[in-house]
Design a binder for this molecule. Structure first.
Ligand code: BES
Ligand code: MN
Ligand code: ZN
Length: 500
């Protein structure tokens, strides 16, 4: 993990042989440190950026090796136009800087920031972009490992450095939540079975989260017939884990986040094709995201009451597995004809949603799930699908998505789609055919959420990525942690404006 500290923006802070990244806006006057280094190197920076025709466009980098003044390298990073300088641009630049500094164990990042908050967001970008899942690389040489271990953020004037230091702990808590989610989602399914996943969550009690784990007997007693049906084919026991963060008023209803935690989705008896089946170790990303989010809220002591509920189960085949055509009774009492055992995520969520609703009567429920391949057909890897029964909540989520760069696209719902999941022998069937496959999945969930505000995020196309992006190295993305943390901070914490 990249260690971050903050200091004033003075060259004296930078030791001999160090590498320094300078984050500079396009049309603004060069920051003091740029000028200092440029003078100390006899104009190496000015010459370098002229030779490279470098314009400080957003997230573009220019590396100058051995520029003089005892520096090993200077990395120039563009922030784009000062007028467009938002937190996302600073994070992207921080991430690019960390990448370009990568060969030095100790790096320095000087940011042309106006506020401490901005400097802290550059640090956040660096931290998020430097993430790597390293657990199973046992033979990698030291040279091949990224070496940047500490980053000192040189944040201009003393008061800006002070403000950055004050803003950092909350952002660091979010970065920790993101890393936790990425760690969980990256684990292979032979390691992260439902019981092991539950133990990893239980270990987060140190953050002040109250954690309750339900095993199969308790789930049976509660009537989780839909989730337990999915679990039947696996030798691994299922778990339900409930996380509670009490940061708000004692009597205030909580907000609730619900995650699909299928630790491996073989499809069950309706087995998936072999090609690409390994991707289904990521099928617990919704649950992983809920865990990271709860850790973030607890870590930054959010002034809110929040519940996280995850249904953890493996979807496998065996003589005991659920069959196509089986009818199960969900926690809500509604019966479901399971026509395809590969449409298992909605079965898991059905019980988690109605249980959360009944037990907590939350202000809203937001569920996250790698629910359908169809959402990838529709939206690719640019937006997660947003489905909601509530205009205000949908709008708040869209805004939080824009602010954090975790983009959502609202999808339609309606009775016409709901008709497609009518069953001949039960209250509903678990598939609605190919047309509108993501929408019929959402209609299915809607039958378990009651009349209150609810939103479903289908993150199948966003939970992992095959290419590096700013702040998001390829692999598990933790999509949703920052988005939902933002939703809470902007709208649901004591002192935030829910309507404004
Ligand atoms: N976990 C999958 C959805 C998925 C597919 C996520 C590809 C990420 C990438 C889900 O459980 C599933 O299998 N859905 C089926 C539903 C169908 C049987 C109605 C699907 O999308 O094909
Ligand atoms: Mn499936
Ligand atoms: Zn699945």
């Amino acid at each position: 993990m990249l260690e971050i500290t903050f200091a004033e923006g003075r060259l004296e802070v930078v030791p001999e042989g160090a590498s320094v990244a300078l984050l500079v806006a396009e049309e603004a006057a060069r920051p003091a440190l740029f000028t200092t280094i440029d003078e100390a190197t006899g104009g190496a920076l000015t010459r370098g950026l002229q030779a490279a025709e470098f314009t400080f466009a957003r997230s573009k980098t220019c590396v100058l090796l051995g520029p003089g003044a005892g520096l090993s390298r200077v990395v120039l990073v563009g922030l784009g136009k000062r007028a467009d300088l938002d937190m996302r641009a600073l994070e992207a630049a921080g991430s690019a800087a960390a990448g370009a500094l990568g060969r030095a164990p100790a790096g320095f990042l000087a940011v042309d920031a106006l506020t401490g908050e901005q400097a802290a967001h550059a640090a956040l970008g660096a931290r998020l972009g430097a993430y790597r899942f390293d657990r199973y690389r046992t033979r990698e040489s030291a040279e091949d490992k990224p070496r940047l271990a500490t980053l000192t953020v040189l944040a201009g004037e003393p008061d800006i450095a002070r403000a950055a230091r004050a803003a950092w702990p909350a952002l660091e808590a979010v970065a920790h939540g993101v890393a936790l989610t990425r760690d969980l989602v990256s684990e292979p399914a032979n390691v992260l079975s439902p019981p092991v996943f539950a133990e990893r969550i239980a270990a987060l009690a140190y953050l002040g989260l109250e954690i309750e784990t339900l095993g199969p007997a308790e789930m049976q007693r509660l009537g989780f017939g839909a989730l337990l049906g999915v679990a039947m084919g696996s030798d691994k026991e299922p778990r339900t884990v409930i996380m509670r963060w009490n940061g708000g008023a004692a009597d205030a209803a909580p907000v609730a986040f619900i995650g699909k935690g299928v630790t491996f989705d073989s499809g069950g008896i309706s087995i998936k094709p072999a090609g690409g089946m390994e991707d289904m170790k990521w099928d617990m990303a919704g649950a992983g995201t809920v865990v990271g989010l709860m850790a973030a809220l607890a870590g930054r002591q959010a002034r809110v009451n929040a519940i996280g509920v995850v249904g953890l189960v493996e979807n496998m085949l065996s003589g005991g597995a659920q069959r196509p055509g089986d009818v199960v009774t969900s926690h809500s009492g509604q019966t479901i004809e399971v026509l395809n055992t590969d449409a298992e995520g909605r079965l898991v969520l059905a019980d988690m949603l109605s249980y959360t609703l009944e037990r907590y009567k939350p202000r809203f429920m937001v569920d996250l799930a790698t629910l359908t391949g169809a959402i990838i057909v529709g939206l690719g890897h640019e937006h997660a699908g947003l489905f909601s029964n509530d205009e205000a909540l949908a709008q708040q989520l869209l805004e939080a998505g824009l602010a954090t760069g975790e983009a959502l696209w609202r999808m339609p719902m309606g009775d016409g789609y709901d008709k497609l999941i009518r069953s001949d022998i039960a209250d509903m069937k678990n598939i609605g055919g190919r047309p509108g496959g993501s929408i019929t999945a959402a209609q299915f969930l809607k039958r378990f959420v009651g009349p209150g505000p609810w939103a479903h995020l289908d993150i199948a196309g966003m939970a992992w990525s095959s290419k590096d992006a700013p702040g998001v190295p390829k692999g598990a993305t933790a999509f949703g942690v920052r988005l939902l943390d933002r939703l809470v901070a902007a709208r649901y914490e004591d002192g935030a404006s829910e309507s404004g």
